[in-house]
Design a binder for this molecule. Structure first.
Ligand code: CMP
Length: 133
């Protein structure tokens, strides 16, 4: 079994599309939601998660955005949870995200792309600790 972290970001919460996004994960028969938590990140918590992007051109905007309001942190498990979840989310840039994916449906730009998902087993372990201890 793999375990992965999903964030439903503040843009999705503000636009009230959280239930639609959760439905896409719940409808996937190989995936199971284990934990779900509504929280607003402090700068310090956001840095624990996104610190690896420090110095990149989009970093300041990313930090401002991710701390701008409540988000949902979700632990999802499944045999191929990391790849399955990333397939459902679609590409980081919604303009190239496959039709029907979460980002193709709901994201408005690369910087406002409604979801985050772990990209590897190692990232998932690290990121789950940040959000669930
Ligand atoms: P996420 O999967 O949450 O990981 C880092 C985030 O930075 C990413 O989604 C985007 O919202 C944002 N971002 C902005 N520009 C870029 C970029 N050029 N490459 C990767 N991520 C970017």
């Amino acid at each position: 079994m793999e375990t992965t972290l999903v964030l439903i970001k503040p843009d999705a919460v503000k636009r009230r599309v959280v239930a639609n996004i959760l439905d896409m994960f719940e409808s996937h028969t190989e995936l199971e939601i284990k934990q779900l938590k509504l929280m607003t990140l402090t700068f310090e918590k956001a840095y624990e998660h996104y610190g690896e992007h420090d110095g990149k051109p989009f970093f300041e905007d990313l930090m401002q955005f991710i701390t701008s309001g409540p988000l949902y942190a979700i632990e999802i498990i499944g045999e191929n949870a990391i790849a399955d979840v990333r397939r459902l989310c679609g590409a980081t840039n919604p303009l190239v995200a496959a039709p029907g994916t979460i980002r193709a449906r709901y994201a408005t730009s690369t910087n406002r792309n409604v979801v985050h998902s772990s990209d590897s087993i190692e990232s998932a372990q690290r990121e789950l600790k940040v959000f669930f201890g």
